[in-house]
Write a protein that binds this ligand. Structure first.
Ligand SMILES: *Cc1c(COP(=O)(O)O)cnc(C)c1O
Length: 383
């Protein structure tokens, strides 16, 4: 039976799928079941940071699968502590709680803020933000359209306009225990926060003795040309959440606890059956180990190439982003751009009404150039 038909019959209808069946891939090249090739500018939404079928990741995951796939958090396991140490060394955070998804990492950050805040329990987030699909992370998400059908949502979230210092100052009343930010809003349209704003929010959090939680689920793990995007802004958060690229293709997330909250949890305060699973953690180690200055420089060079390739091109209204996380405001609708790119063998994403690019961090210049020339043709109106 036809795959598309089976999907429509048996899968919950939550996804507007593109009309192709991806079967395999290598690096930044994907192949559908008919053997047609595509250049990948989406990385499974910033997950496949070293592309598909990356050999170091395959070795790490398969070797671990042969030794121990799972044992639960009732026992110590080697990959989990090794990964936690690496993450702390690279981020300046002090301890790690492992989960399975970005939403779960953010749930953990919300719990940290609530426990830290005691009677203060409100978390301030930004309009246009995206923090996940669970009820609490939906409530944290500053986009009304996601809220409508799922009332009542958990209480204790307030949304303010991004890059507006006065708005956040006014929001920080007695009830607030934390502020949660994405340094670059991903789903919200690849909107980069101002450095001055981020620094001001950091100092406001210190003055009010509240926590700064930074959601690095999409921006983290080299995506913006630093290990975490907050490094571009010269701040250190109190809590950082990571997922997507962390596992290099397997589901793992981390809630990193800074100095102020490193001892916030005690036994049985929180937990997760699969959190820090040995296979996922081994895959993640093989990714995080390769995060270094050479990689960040390469990401920046590829980013510069994309920005200059798009500058002044026909059909391009505006380009935003940081590193290999790029949003393009286009004359033709983003949906149509995406569709025409598929026909020409290039996969891109959208975010709100923009075209969004999240290519693998190690995409070759040749593949990048080829993908950009397809995109530029399409943006200019080519059918
Ligand atoms: C994708 C995303 C999430 C949710 O991650 P899931 O793994 O889908 O739960 C949360 N925050 C940000 C910034 C994201 O981009």
């Amino acid at each position: 039976m036809d795959i598309k038909q089976l999907d429509q019959e048996y899968i919950a209808k939550t996804y507007a799928r593109n009309d192709i069946v991806i079967a395999s891939g290598n690096g930044a090249i994907l192949q559908d079941i008919n053997g047609k090739e595509y250049i990948d500018f989406g990385s499974g939404i910033a997950v496949n940071c070293f592309g598909v079928a990356d050999s170091k990741w395959i070795d790490a995951v398969t070797n671990q699968a042969m030794q121990l796939a799972h044992i639960s958090n009732l026992y110590y396991t080697l990959p989990q502590v090794h990964l936690a140490k690496l993450l702390c060394e690279k981020s300046g955070m002090k301890r790690v709680f492992f989960g399975n998804s970005g939403a779960e990492a953010n749930e953990c950050a919300i719990k940290v803020a609530r426990k830290y805040g005691k009677k203060r329990n409100v978390i301030v987030t930004l309009e246009g933000s995206f923090h996940g699909r669970t009820l609490a992370t939906l409530a944290a998400t500053g986009q009304e359209i996601f809220h409508q059908q799922y009332q009542p949502l958990p209480k204790g979230f307030k949304h303010v306009k991004p890059n507006n210092i006065e708005a956040i100052q006014n929001a920080l009343d007695e009830g607030v225990c934390a502020v949660m930010l994405e340094m670059v809003q991903g789903e919200g349209g690849v909107n980069v926060l101002n450095e001055a704003y981020v620094k001001k929010v950091r100092s406001l959090c210190d003055e009010h003795n509240i926590l700064l939680l930074v959601d690095e689920v999409q921006t983290g793990i080299g995506r913006t040309g630093q290990f975490f995007a907050y490094e571009h802004f010269g701040i250190l958060p109190d809590v950082v959440t990571s997922a997507k690229g962390l596992g290099g293709g397997l589901p793992i997330s981390a809630c990193l606890l800074g100095e102020k909250v490193k001892n916030i949890f005690t036994v049985s305060d929180h937990g997760s059956t699969f959190g820090g699973n040995p296979i996922c953690a081994s895959g993640a180690i093989s990714i995080v180990e390769r995060m270094d200055n050479d990689l960040y420089q390469a990401v920046k060079a590829k980013s510069d190439f994309i920005f200059s390739a798009l500058a002044g091109q026909k059909g391009v209204v505006d380009v935003t982003g940081l590193g290999l996380m790029i949003g393009i405001e286009t004359q033709i609708s983003a949906k149509e751009v995406l569709q025409r790119c598929i026909e020409k063998g290039l996969l891109v994403l959208t975010a709100k009404d923009k075209v969004r690019l999240l290519p693998p961090l190690n995409i070759s210049m040749k593949e990048l150039e080829k993908g950009m020339s397809i995109l530029i043709d399409v943006l200019g109106g080519a059918k």
